[in-house]
Design a protein. Structure first.
Length: 179
């Protein structure tokens, strides 16, 4: 029995090492690319922001894994983190609607705020999280629809993010039904 626990412990550590290794590699990639091409031009603040985003997402997922053994809940959190991360990244890097300076992009900060507020109000329990993620998906779609009047392609692109929020909601719904 003790050998089973040590095997699971080592297996879990392998996933953690792989995850944090990918995070480090994703930070090193632009740094290395800047040595070879002028097409990649990140400042120190860009690297710090990326490190905070990647590290913060990783730490939040680590917290979830340590607090819940429900795989559907864990996947729901991973998808919600991915949706928020990608929304912030795309909005800051190139803009979801138009360029990154377009004020319509501020709507997407509201989407993330809605997801966070709804999750907190639901006590971070699966049923409340499912509702919060559906609300975020609806808000994402509405923001994208409004954005389509200014930038059709950007609006269509940002509307696809609603699918990630809905997938997260589906996983939280599944987690809420499990004993």
């Amino acid at each position: 029995m003790a050998s089973d626990v040590s095997i699971m412990g080592r297996w879990g550590n392998r996933w953690r090492i792989a995850g944090w290794g990918m995070a480090v590699c994703s930070l090193l990639l632009p740094f290395v690319a800047m040595q070879f091409t002028s097409d990649v031009n990140w400042t120190a603040s860009d690297l710090i922001f990326a490190a905070a985003m990647i590290g913060g997402s990783g730490l939040l997922f680590e917290l979830t894994v340590s607090m819940s053994d429900n795989n559907a809940y864990r996947i729901g959190v991973a998808l919600a983190l991915a949706a928020a991360f990608l929304t912030i990244w795309a909005t800051g890097a190139v803009g979801m609607i138009g360029d990154e300076g377009n004020p319509l992009n501020l709507m997407f900060a509201g989407v993330i705020a809605l997801a966070l507020l709804g999750s907190a109000l639901g006590g971070f329990k699966a049923p409340g999280m499912a509702k919060a993620m559906v609300a975020a998906a609806v808000a994402q779609f509405l923001a994208a629809t409004i954005g389509m009047f200014s930038d059709l392609l950007g609006g269509i692109y940002s509307a696809m993010f609603a699918g990630i929020w809905l997938a997260s909601a589906a996983m939280f719904r599944r987690a809420g039904k499990q004993p």
